[in-house]
Design a protein around this ligand. Sequence first.
Ligand SMILES: C[S@@+](CC[C@H](N)C(=O)[O-])C[C@H]1O[C@@H](n2cnc3c(N)ncnc32)[C@H](O)[C@@H]1O
Length: 295
Amino acid sequence: VTGLDLPTTDGSLGGLTREVADLLRGRGVPTPGTEARDLVAAVLDRPRFWPVLHAAATPDSDTAARIHLAAARRAAGAPFAYAVGRACFRHLTLSVDERVLIPRPETEQLVELVLAHTRSGQEVADIGTGSGAIALSLASERRFGRVLATDVSRDALHVARSNARAVSASLSVSVEFRCGSLLAPLADERFDAIVSNPPYIAPRELRDLPASVRDWEPAQALLCAGDGLDVTEQIILQAPAFLRAGGLLALELDSRRAQRSAEIARSSGAYRMVRVRRDLTGRDRFLLATTLGVE
Ligand SMILES: C[S@@+](CC[C@H](N)C(=O)[O-])C[C@H]1O[C@@H](n2cnc3c(N)ncnc32)[C@H](O)[C@@H]1O
């Protein structure tokens, strides 16, 4: 998508915001006025009401061009985060594009659960890190001994590494990145916690997803064979070999498969405690499993 030549009436931020709103309205974007304000604020890296409070300011031509480009991408159907190239996740602002999943609010809750069940100095691994959202949040919110992040996608790791550089001042430990499938990148090392938000949509469910997800977010981040459960099942079965005694496995799940996931963990015999946790909307969304033995 290239930038649109929006006819700037007076070149002011207020005028530009109104033009973006008109463009989005014409493309059927819901709440175009709010979106236009938020889009302009995000491109300017300012709080969301900044464009309203500084409506008379005149952006330079480079800034105006970046606003035009973001507006054109949003008008073409791109999710807001891809259009502006960034997403907020817990305390961090991360760069995102079509190479990585846009981090979701429920995954912020997964981070919260990991923080509640770990302590400083411990070693954690994030499998399928995407933008780096989970690993970078953990490294910024707790003084872990080590944080390792993996992904099967080299493109995703490129984005995650770049985000790690951008937020390095907030990190209490630098995050290591490794490429590979499932737990193979952990080699023969052991961790106190393994966390993952794996792909969990069955291919046949793709058509039920909103177009902004289906047509824009990477299939590798969304789709999973075996009724959407293959990757989750592999991680549940492989993780005990990479966890210390009493170590934690924390997974985000599709609510439709949460109880089956818990059953897989229980029947493996490798965990002494398996529980499913709900998200803020009350759906079963997280698996917490603790390995046998005492830490
Ligand atoms: C649902 S996204 C989660 C991204 C990020 N952790 C988040 O929560 O925003 C799943 C991620 O797992 C990666 N992935 C898919 N299959 C994988 C596999 N077999 N091994 C490792 N990573 C995989 C994808 O590339 C994608 O980045």
